[in-house]
Write a protein that binds this ligand. Structure first.
Ligand code: NDP
Ligand code: MG
Length: 387
């Protein structure tokens, strides 16, 4: 199974878990490149353990800090957007794990696809902003997009050996997040700390807030639309608080396939890296005798408007989903910095989408321009929702 892999976002939640999985493979997988944001100390530890030939950091000053450390096998060090693209296109890398958070992953993912790499895709924001472009490019270059997101990994597994014509619906499960049972009034008062305490998954801060608003599920509907090439009407969302069923596929004969497991991202990461094979591991297993009831309920669009905002932007297409995603990034950041209230996230997203003139069939530069416009527009609107 010898493979060479590079990781974008190696110091994050997914990146760290991926390196743990890679360690468990012994010498069968080689890490040839690592890209991080600002955490150069953790990147340094990873360099010492995995000895990649190339690394990158977001800022030049952090790259210089890393360069100042004497190492037995020093890597080539890059920085900034160019650095990310450099790691995404390392000649010997076969698979690029995209695990940065947000639309910053778009350009490097495109660069990796242009270089003919397979992508283990965690960075869903890239497919949200530029799904059509990314899928067309992957098809043109014969690259594979291997889903890491647990719901999409589940659907991917349920679809193995099935014809696309036999699929009636994809059913995405959602935990419902930490505020599933709160009233409208209670939601208006929740804090960032409350939102960061996710009941089932330990994730990076941005996706944790996205889970609390259900924006994450909306982004995943768009991600599923592109990964599996289905119509919008074929994608459904159901709240499943136990997060044991990771998602399901309903077929035209009424049969439903589900994929189950513990809520542990190392499992889908493991499969994306070993694909097309499966390989044994020591990860914890589901204990059926202690599992208890699995329950399901419909999502409530009144309390969690982000889900529908995302689906509507996805259906509208063009630059709308890129704008939705960019505004959401700004609003989530403002919520994490205690600048705006929880309801300010859907509020800002909705306000900016109303102001946006959608461009149909955008190219990469138009998508990036819409992303920049949306961030500026969002910054101006945030004050309306200040705490
Ligand atoms: P984290 O916030 O934990 O990690 C983000 C990573 O991206 C870090 O390594 C960070 O570096 C790096 N990064 C941020 N900005 C830049 C930049 N400008 N240049 C280079 N690197 C940068 O996020 P997660 O791991 O939680 O999520 C990553 C992606 O995976 C997201 O798209 C998310 O939606 C998706 N995902 C995550 C899941 C999870 O369980 N965590 C589940 C399913 C999908 P540093 O820390 O050094 O600043
Ligand atoms: Mg998910």
């Amino acid at each position: 199974m010898y493979k060479k892999v590079a990781i974008l976002g190696s110091t994050g939640s997914i990146g760290r878990q991926a390196l743990e999985v890679i360690s468990s493979f012994g010498g069968e997988m080689q890490v040839v490149g690592l890209a991080a944001g600002g955490n150069w100390q953790l990147l340094l530890d990873q360099v010492k353990t995995f000895r990649p030939r190339f690394v990158s950091l977001a800022r030049e000053e952090d790259a210089r800090m890393l360069a100042g450390v004497e190492l037995e096998m020093p890597p080539e060090i890059y920085w900034g957007q160019e650095g990310l693209e450099r790691i995404a296109t390392i000649t010997e890398a076969e698979v690029i794990l995209t695990a940065v958070s947000g639309a910053v992953g778009l350009r490097p993912t495109i660069a990796a696809l242009e270089a003919g790499k397979d992508i283990a895709l965690a960075n869903k924001e890239t497919l949200v902003a530029a799904g059509s472009l990314v899928m067309d490019l992957a098809a043109a270059r014969g690259s594979r997009l291997l889903p890491v997101d647990s719901e999409h990994s589940a659907i991917w597994q349920c679809l193995r050996g099935e014809s696309p014509a036999w699929v009636e619906a994809l059913i995405l499960t959602a935990s419902g997040g930490p505020f599933r049972t709160l009233s409208q009034e209670q939601l208006a008062r929740v804090s960032a700390d409350m939102a960061l305490a996710h009941p089932n998954w330990a994730m990076g801060p941005k996706i944790t807030i996205d889970s609390a608003t259900l924006m994450n599920k909306g982004l995943e509907v768009i991600e599923a639309r592109w990964l599996f090439d289905v119509d919008w009407e074929q994608i459904r969302v159901v709240i499943h608080p136990q997060s044991v069923i990771h998602s399901m596929v309903e077929f035209v004969d009424g049969s439903v396939m589900a994929q189950l497991g513990l809520p542990d991202m190392r499992t889908p990461i493991h499969l994306a890296l070993t694909y097309p094979k499966r390989r044994g591991n020591q990860l914890p297993r589901l204990n059926w005798l202690e599992l208890g009831a699995l329950t399901f309920e419909p999502p409530d669009p009144g309390r969690f408007p982000c889900l529908m905002l995302a689906i509507e932007a996805g259906r509208r297409g063009g630059t709308a989903p890129a704008v939705l995603n960019a505004v959401n990034e700004v609003a989530v950041n403002a919520f994490l910095n205690r600048q705006i209230c929880f309801n300010g996230i859907p509020g800002t997203v909705s306000d900016v989408l109303d102001l946006h003139t959608v461009i149909d069939y955008p190219g990469l530069e138009e998508i990036l321009a819409a992303d920049r416009w949306a961030r500026e527009a969002a910054e101006k609107i945030l004050v309306k929702y200040s705490r």
